[in-house]
Every structure is written in C-alpha cells, then in structure tokens.
Design a binder for this molecule. Structure first.
Ligand SMILES: Nc1ncnc2c1ncn2[C@@H]1O[C@H](COP(=O)(O)OP(=O)(O)OP(=O)(O)O)[C@@H](O)[C@H]1O
Length: 291
C-alpha cells in the first residue's frame, strides 16, 4: 500500500521555478508515495488550516514546497506531531533546505526515499521560531541588504557581500548563560543549531541539530588577511583552526546587543533589538536530511 503524504505547497514562492518540471521530478522519484497537495493562501490562518488537514488522515509524511518562510510556517503548525517532514526547496534562497543537505528537488526526493530522519531541535528567540541559524552583525546586515534588492537569491547575496565587506565593523555583545557573563567584541555573533549557511559556509563545526544544545559562535577577523583566511576556513571545514573564532554550547542564554547590530533568524531580518533570550521549544521536528 502507498504511503500517504500531505504536500503543503506555496504556489508563489521562488524566482522563476518551473513548477511543471518540479512536479515531473517529484512524480518520477517519489515511488510508493501518494501525494495530496494543499496550497497555502498567504493568509494568517494558514497554520490553522494545516492543522485541520493533519486531522484528515493518518499521514506518513509531510512535504513542504516553498522557501524558508513557508517551512517555518508549516513547522509551527506541525509541532507536537512526529510526522516526518521533507523539504522541497522552491524558495528563492532556500537557506534552510541547503542547511539540511538538500540542494535541489532531486536531493529532496533522494532524502525522502532514503528515509534518513534527523530529530531537529527548535529554539524560541524572543518569541520567534529558530530552526537553523540566527545571527547578529555582518551576515544579518548582508541579509538585510540582499532582501531589499529588486532580485533576490544568490546573485543579490554576492553583490551585497561586497558592499557589506567594505562597511564591516565590530560590535560588543554580552553573553549571559550558565550563571556567567561574557563580554565579547565581534564582527558577527551566531546562534547556531545547524552547521552551515545556505552558501555552504561552515559556521558551527561541532554542533548537532538534535543534541538539545545550540552554539554561540563569535567571529572577529581583523584586516584583509584574516577575512580571506576566515572565508577559506569556512569553505574548507577548517574553522576550528581560526584563532578569532570562538564557540560555546548552551541550552539557554541571553545575549545583549548594546551597539544595535543587525539581527536575523533563519534568513529573516528581525526588528532592531538590544537583547534576545534563547530557550528550547519542547518539541523536535523530524526532518528528512542528507547530512
Ligand atoms: N497563495 C499565496 N499567495 C500569496 N502569497 C503567499 C501564498 N502562499 C504563501 N504566501 C506568502 O509567501 C511568503 C513565504 O514565501 P517563502 O519564504 O516560502 O518563499 P521565498 O520568499 O520565495 O523564499 P526564500 O525565503 O527562500 O527566499 C509568505 O509571505 C506568505 O505569506
């Protein structure tokens, strides 16, 4: 008997994704799976409607077709169920999907057929859901720049990187956790559940997505040599050898941001904030992964 999957599809996400081609790849590669499509509307009651869909049948899996915004919306609706979730990356940037090793539709199908599931921790950061990576400073500023560009995606990200490098500055952060307080100066502070950005750059070499902990990684390169060295290390999995990169592991923390560094969660720019509290959400989500 076929497995029953609910496919929650955002009909508008992504820049020029050929949906007919996607459907063909899915139907050619998801064998033994019967897919029921439900399209998001973009209205605020989508999560409630998804919860109703979940009650319709005993689903064996959920597919999410869309970008990071759609993934987070669906995850918030399926919290507390154990149903495995497969990401079909149809967004313009797909940072979350690539963070789980899903670089395209074929990868997504392969992960689902292979059935490798990771129980992924979820974090509450000032009331916002964080699945993968959140950061202050350099990268958040970059995300802010690239999301205001007319065309989104990797090209916008590359253009914004050059501008952002020219403006790079240090910020003070105060990390309060485990009864201690640490003041640090860094170009960037990352709250990391996952390991890599969507670009493939490693930021959290030791973290595990399901270990009940997140890492706070600070990065503070000085001058062009250290910036080049850092980029090389991030793309060659050698970050642990970089002296100005420091990594700590916590299950709860508070981070003060007195200099007002830009802040983003899973690719979404947040309003200015001078303090965040990071706490575990008492549910994990079962993602089909390739990493
Ligand atoms: N049927 C719909 N019509 C209009 N907007 C929709 C619809 N369904 C969802 N949306 C909107 O789509 C947005 C989420 O898009 P999503 O982040 O998944 O894609 P993206 O922006 O193309 O990708 P990425 O986040 O990877 O850059 C939300 O703002 C949501 O309200």
């Amino acid at each position: 008997m076929s497995k029953q999957f609910l496919y929650i599809l955002n009909p508008i996400s992504g820049d020029g994704v050929d949906r007919a081609e996607v459907n063909e790849i899915l139907s050619n590669n998801l064998y033994g799976i019967e897919v029921t499509v439900w399209e998001t509307t973009g209205e605020s009651d989508d999560p409630e409607k998804i919860k109703e869909q979940l009650k319709e049948k005993k689903w064996d899996g959920i597919l999410i077709g869309g970008g990071d915004g759609t993934i987070k919306m669906v995850v918030s609706a399926v919290l507390g169920t154990d149903i495995p979730v497969g990401i079909i990356p149809l967004g313009s940037a797909n940072g979350l999907a690539t963070g789980f090793g899903i670089h395209g539709i074929s990868d997504a199908c392969y992960a689902i057929q292979k059935g490798k599931i990771e129980k992924v921790d979820l974090w509450d950061i000032n009331g916002e859901l964080c699945i993968h990576l959140s950061d202050f400073g350099f990268n958040a500023g970059l995300v802010k720049k690239s999301t205001t560009m007319e065309h989104r995606g990797m090209l916008a990200y590359a253009k914004s990187s050059l501008e952002q490098l020219r403006e790079m500055k240090s910020y003070t952060f105060i990390i309060k956790a485990d009864g201690t307080e640490e003041e640090v100066t860094a170009k960037m502070l990352v709250v990391a559940n996952g390991n890599r950005y969507g670009t493939g750059a490693m930021i959290n070499p030791f973290g595990k997505v399901g270990d009940g902990k997140f890492e706070v990684v600070t990065v503070d390169p000085e001058g062009l040599d250290e910036i080049i060295g850092l980029s090389f290390a991030m793309f060659n999995d050698a970050l642990e050898r970089v002296a100005h990169v420091k990594c700590r592991s916590f299950d709860k923390a508070e981070i003060e941001n007195p200099d007002g560094a830009d802040f983003q969660i899973d690719g979404e720019v947040m309003p200015p904030t001078d303090c965040v509290k990071i706490e575990a959400i008492p549910h994990k989500v079962n993602f089909y992964c390739l990493e």
